[in-house]
Design a protein around this ligand. Structure first.
Ligand SMILES: C[S@@+](CC[C@H](N)C(=O)[O-])C[C@H]1O[C@@H](n2cnc3c(N)ncnc32)[C@H](O)[C@@H]1O
Length: 391
């Protein structure tokens, strides 16, 4: 009798998961990790109700711990790239309505001026990236990780022949609606027809997502292969031959050994997918075989100030998207294995990484204004703008 009831409940659970997923968000498939997790929770509650033995309530935690352990080793029930896709799917519900026309998912260019207008800063960032890329009529540009397409449209306006790629279906659809030339494709799946095609490549806030838990042990080998791929995509006869990168790096990963840092780094990885270069020169070293570093700037403050503005805009305009967010939470709760991680990461760990002992984004938010002496030098991460020229 109990088994029949359990089976009935399990079928109901499955139907709910399928309905939530396919009716509310048909862009994604049911997560196998969540199917296992929800099944075990159901089984444990049923067993506990019958036996009142507390042990049954601990079982879901043990199973989750085992799944997490193997995930850390790169053995995952769901595809590893799902973390990146799920996170942007979660974001796309409220990001553009809250941010308006500058719905970039990366920092603006504030030039350390805390009173600078957010929209001006986002415009100036894009103008700088356009200038650095050499975009002009007929110049061929690849934007890897084009997000909601804001930079893509600036590049297109120069008359350049631009192509943007993203791994997020929601971003792809938004870019298509805006009439932008975009592909829904993983960077690693770009085929040979792209080889030797581009004058320059822009990666704004993307490199952070590219490694995963299975290749972060040999991270420099991974980045060397990445630059090898970049080198193949660039046209060797072009006079430009540049890669423009903005990327968060650990200042020094070996120093982040305390449990609190480990906890926040774990949250950042599980929520966003990817990994950061281990120190500020890591990408430069890895690029060395094919590229010379032409320009570098520390833009950590830009991310700090942008994050402050994003949080303020979200607090201001977020309530208007409350219904969407509610629907979003339901889908994510049943079908995103790392939903809780995303919430913790967005509430705390994202801010933690850009703050140092003199500056805290959360504290500034509570006080309602940014500190005038802003100069973040000891945060766990450093954000850098890097421009490489092919040898
Ligand atoms: C932080 S967002 C930056 C978006 C945009 N560059 C901007 O500044 O607003 C990262 C982007 O990288 C894309 N991305 C992540 N991993 C990718 C991959 N393997 N292949 C292609 N795009 C990827 C995401 O879909 C997203 O568009």
């Amino acid at each position: 009798m109990n088994h029949t009831k359990l089976l009935f409940l399990w079928i109901c659970m499955l139907i709910v998961m399928i309905l939530f997923q396919y009716v509310l968000d048909k862009n994604r498939k049911i997560s196998k990790h969540c199917l296992i997790r929800n099944t075990i929770i159901l089984f444990s509650i049923q067993k506990y109700t019958n036996t009142k033995q507390i042990f049954y309530l601990i079982i879901p935690f043990i199973i989750e711990f085992i799944i997490e352990y193997y995930h850390s080793k790169g053995i995952s029930i769901d595809p590893l790239e799902n973390k990146v896709k799920n996170m942007y799917s979660y974001f796309s519900i409220f990001w553009s309505p809250c941010m308006g026309k500058n719905d970039d998912l990366t920092e603006g260019k504030f030039d350390n001026n805390i009173s600078k207008d957010f929209d001006d800063a986002q415009r100036d960032k894009k103008l700088e990236l356009v200038a650095l890329s050499g975009a002009s009529k007929n110049v061929k540009i690849l934007e890897v990780g084009c997000g909601n397409g804001s930079l893509l449209s600036y590049i297109k306006d120069t008359g350049a022949d631009v192509y943007g790629i993203t791994i997020s279906k929601e971003q792809y659809e938004l870019c298509k609606q805006k009439g932008l030339p975009v592909g829904l494709i993983n960077f690693f799946d770009l085929d040979e027809s792209h080889n030797a095609k581009y004058d320059s490549i822009i990666c704004s806030g993307v490199i952070e997502h590219l490694p995963n838990v299975s290749n972060r042990q040999d991270i420099e080998v991974f980045y060397k292969n990445l630059f090898f791929r970049f080198q193949r995509l660039l046209n060797p006869h072009s006079t430009i031959k540049k890669i423009i990168i903005t990327c968060i790096h650990f200042r020094d990963y070996t120093k982040l050994t305390d449990p609190w840092s480990r906890f926040n780094i774990y949250m950042l990885e599980r929520a966003n997918g990817g990994w950061y270069p281990t120190d500020k020169d890591c990408l430069v070293r890895s690029a060395n075989q094919y590229f010379n570093l032409e320009y570098r700037r520390d833009i950590t403050n830009d991310y700090y100030i942008s994050t402050y503005h994003w949080a303020k805009k979200f607090i201001e305009k977020g309530p208007k998207t409350l219904l969407y967010q509610l629907v979003n939470s339901i889908i994510n709760f049943v079908n995103n294995p790392y939903y809780i991680h995303i919430i913790i990461e967005k509430l705390y760990s994202w801010q933690w990484q850009f703050s140092d002992k003199n500056h805290s984004i959360l504290w500034d938010l509570l006080k309602g204004k940014l500190q005038s002496n802003l100069h973040v030098t000891n945060s766990p991460v450093i954000h850098q703008l890097l421009v490489f020229k092919m040898k």
